[in-house]
Design a protein around this ligand. Sequence first.
Ligand code: HEC
Ligand code: HEC
Ligand code: HEC
Ligand code: HEC
Length: 251
Amino acid sequence: MKKLIVGGIVACAVVALRTSAFAGGILGSPHDFTGETTWNSRAGACSPCHAAHHTDEDQIAPLWVHATDPRTSWEMYDSPTMDATVGTAPSGNSLACLSCHDGALGINATISTPAPASPVIIDAGARIGENGDLHTTHPISFDYDAAAALDMGLELSSYVIGDAKDGLDARHKGMSAEGLVAPVPATWSGTSLTGQTIADALLIGGKMECSSCHDVHKLEGASPSSGILARLSGSDVNGNGSILCRTCHIK
Ligand code: HEC
Ligand code: HEC
Ligand code: HEC
Ligand code: HEC
C-alpha cells in the first residue's frame, strides 16, 4: 500500500507528517473513490475532497473542494456532567466530514457543482449527524482546554502519549490527589502516536473534532480497509482494548 500512495508530492508530505508502522493511505480505504468513474472520471484520489485552486472560501478544511453542508440548525451533545462548552454547530473541520456523512449532500457534490444528490452515503451506520442531530455522538467542536479536562479523569492536552497515566490529580473537581490511582497502564502496543502530545496528535487547532478519533487519510493504525479508521487501535500491554478512549480518559 505504501508504494501506491507515494506517487505525488503532496502525498509524500502527508506521509512525512504522519509516520506509521502500518502506513496505508486513501487508496484501498473507504475514502478511495478512484473506482467511481461515472463521476470521478479521472480516478482522482484527492480531488473528491481537495483541489489546488478555487477551493472553499471558508477553507473549512485545507484546500477543501467538496460542497459544504448548508445546514444552519444542529443539535449538539450535552449532558449534566459535561464541563466543556460545546457551541451550537460543528466547526469547519468536522463540518467537512459531515458534508458527506450526514447524508444530505452527494459524495460527488463539489463547490462548483453542489447539486448532485447522488450517490449519498446510504449505509445507515455510516450516517452520522443525520438531520443535524449530533446529540448521540461523542462531543465535538469544543476547546480541549483545562476547563474541559476538569472532567473527572481526563488528561490535559499536554499529556504525552505513552507517558505514565498520572493525570488524575487535584485538578479534578477539587479532589485530593492522594489515593487516586490511574487504572490503566500507559503502554499501548502498536501505536504510531507515542511521544506526541494529545494537542499535536489528536486535536485540530486545540479542538476535539471527528478527526481526533478518525484518520480520514488512513495513515495511522491498522490497514486502510480495516475497521473504522481509528487514529489509535490495538491493545495495551495487558491485551485490553479501547486505547483510543483511554488515551484521553483516565478511566
Ligand atoms: C474523503 C475526503 C478526503 C480525501 C479523499 C482526501 N482528503 Fe485530505 N483531508 C480531508 C479532511 C476532512 C481534512 C481535514 C481533517 C484532517 O486533517 O483530518 C484533510 C486534510 C488534509 C491535509 C492537511 C492536514 C494533514 O493531514 O496534513 C492534507 C495535506 C491533505 N488532506 C492531503 C490529501 C491528499 C494529498 C489526498 C489524496 C491522496 C487527500 N488529502 C485525500 C479529506 C480528504
Ligand atoms: C466525499 C465524501 C466523504 C467525506 C468528505 C468524508 N467521508 Fe467518510 N466515508 C465516505 C463514504 C462514501 C464512506 C463509505 C460509507 C459506507 O460504508 O456506506 C466513508 C466511510 C467512513 C468511515 C468508515 C465507516 C465504515 O464502517 O467503513 C469512517 C470512520 C469515516 N468515513 C469517517 C470520516 C471522517 C472522520 C471524515 C472527515 C475527517 C470523513 N469520513 C469525510 C464519504 C466521505
Ligand atoms: C471520541 C472518538 C470519536 C469521535 C469524536 C468521532 N468518532 Fe466516529 N467512531 C468512533 C468509534 C469508536 C467508532 C466505532 C463504532 C462505534 O463506537 O459506534 C466510530 C464509528 C464511526 C463511523 C462508522 C459507523 C458504522 O457503523 O459504520 C463513521 C462513519 C464515523 N464514526 C464518523 C464520524 C464523524 C463524521 C464524526 C464527527 C461528526 C465522528 N465519527 C466522531 C469514534 C469517534
Ligand atoms: C482526544 C481526546 C479524547 C478521546 C480520544 C476520547 N474522548 Fe471522550 N471526551 C474528551 C473530552 C475532552 C470530553 C469532554 C469532557 C467534559 O468536558 O466534561 C469528552 C467527553 C466524553 C464523554 C461525555 C462526558 C460527559 O460528562 O457527558 C464520554 C462518555 C466520553 N467522552 C467517552 C469517550 C469514549 C467511549 C471514547 C472512545 C471511543 C472517547 N471518549 C474518546 C476527550 C476524548
